[in-house]
Design a protein. Sequence first.
Length: 85
Amino acid sequence: MAGAQHCPGQDPRFWKAEDVSEEPCIHCGKVVEFFKDDLRRKCPYCRQMTYNPHHDLACAAWCPSAEQCLAQYGRSLPGDEGPVQ
Ligand SMILES: [Zn+2]
């Protein structure tokens, strides 16, 4: 096999600066680096799970588990902010 094919978009070596964001840990407030596809990661400082507020939650539009998933992150479904009259 002459080298496995990898999608460049999935290889951090091809990522640009804007694909990485630095967000404060929700627990200790220290800055944690998130890659664009990291929804959550373990804070290297306090070793608790912290969440990426910029993660694209577009999957919530179609995923059957979206409601539970978003609740886990303290988010509500788009268009589910209140009762529709
Ligand atoms: Zn932390």
